[in-house]
Design a protein around this ligand. Sequence first.
Ligand code: ATP
Ligand code: MG
Ligand code: MG
Length: 557
Amino acid sequence: PEPRSLNFIEEIMEADGSSGKHQGRICTRFPPEPNGYLHIGHAKSICINFGLAAKYGGRTNLRFDDTNPVKEDIEYVDSIRDDVRWLGFDWAGEHYASDYFPFLYDYAEYLIGRGMAYVCDLNEEEIKEYRGNFFKAGRNSPYRDRSPEENLDLFRRMRAGEFPDGARTLRAKIDMQSPNMNMRDPLMYRIKRAHHHRTGDAWLIYPMYDFAHGVSDAIERITHSICTLEFEDHRPLYDWFLQQDVDGKFFSRPHPRQIEFARLNLTYTVMSKRRLLELVKEGIVKGWDDPRMPTISGLRRRGYTAASVRAFAEKVGVAKRDMVADVGLLEHCVREDLAGSAPRAMAVLRPLKVVIENMAEGEVHWLDVPNHPENEALGRRKVPFTREVYVEREDFQIEAPKKWFRLAPGAEVRLKNACLLRCTGVVQDAAGEVTELRCTWDPASLGGDAPDGRKVKGTLHWVSAAHALACEVRLYDRLFTAKDPMDVPEGEDWRHFLNPESMEVLPAARVEPSLAAARPGEAFQFERLGYFVADPDGGKGTPVFNRTVSLKDSWAK
Ligand code: ATP
Ligand code: MG
Ligand code: MG
């Protein structure tokens, strides 16, 4: 890889390293909320957190940010663990913010005791109204000056279940005039009778993200808490919560430092978990791991390799300003990874039968073919060549234009790895549809060129009709037709740019017999067609293939 200059997070880490700020320790964390499957944006965050810790000899925790019981589920926890591991990373500690509920509660009581938090009886709407907005200073809650004793009593009764949901909240006592809205007495706890996937019904009050996050980081002694840009103006609050531990009873020092980087977006797709969940729930895609999804599990099923996703994350870099990466770059990365490693094979997506009239029935030529033009380590295989073969329907035209180097009446082409073949006749049905080609082969060209040296420009892929395996092949296109699918015309729904033709199923493709043994996840380059991967829907001996990407790379380096 080309050397590159340090990104701004590396600069911070190196400066902290040389100043001895954390005694040379580096600890990062990846903190997903288990409310959906991870997507390529999360992959970016995973690569940053794990990558930087690895680079500087540190460690990375996986922390489930499970403070909101309503949308979270164990299914998501499991998928997240799988996806991080698949990407090639191993976490030092596995933690759950919910494990810190008792700690958070104790710290909240401490803040109450110091007069830095209070129980507020305003309802949601009133809180909003009192908070003001960017142009309008907030007003103090009428409950702001309750004594620590009264607050403590009320907070304990909140926990004990004496009040209905939403009746009271615990708020940090900061500054209702602050220009930063996050500092206007933010909520720390709300009452919510909801079953939590880990703590069950033990808690009736749940901490808010801003309170729980920094405290969790500090408990784990995270040194660099890397998050996305939208948390930039939450940073003063992040720091405030930790700084209230004035005598260091709760957290060791130095406190973690929050660092923000730009969220990754990708063209032709959406990335918010909420939207992705809607696509799944509405059956627009077949599940979180549908190969059209920008989820890690979708990319994996599509045939993306972990190395290609990591390479993509590296190439997009770490920015301070939001960016939209071109999906073409992602495709480029997987082509680059598979080019040298995926064995070649032949498949015909839309078969057209060819009868080679000057070959005997029952005649079989077992061609000895390399699995890769350069990578000899991939070995060789036997490919049967017989009197009847299938070629790609679109490789034949009755009335061929100029510069048509494929099959046409009278035209000669090369069959890949086999011989030269000339089209001598066309069979059509009553509707004029071509149903079969009659051809002759040049036996002298078997395995290469004709001895007379005549030139043939086109080379076609093909399979032996008698030996080929019929199977399903799925081709994919972008999920949305617009680069920015959220940029919908006025009054239109966000689904406006959904691509109705994002998946094409070819039920009667034919592949060479060696592919019967393909295991789900195995990748191939089908000659002239692209990179394909065997899908888990296929059974033993009856594979199903997904096209990962076509061969054409439009990405300009
Ligand atoms: P979403 O909006 O898709 O639900 P989120 O930020 O709410 O995403 P989390 O589960 O909280 O999802 O994310 C875990 C970590 O991944 C966070 O640190 C978050 O900043 C990071 N992350 C999420 N989306 C992206 C993205 N598009 N690019 C980079 N990092 C991201
Ligand atoms: Mg989040
Ligand atoms: Mg979210």
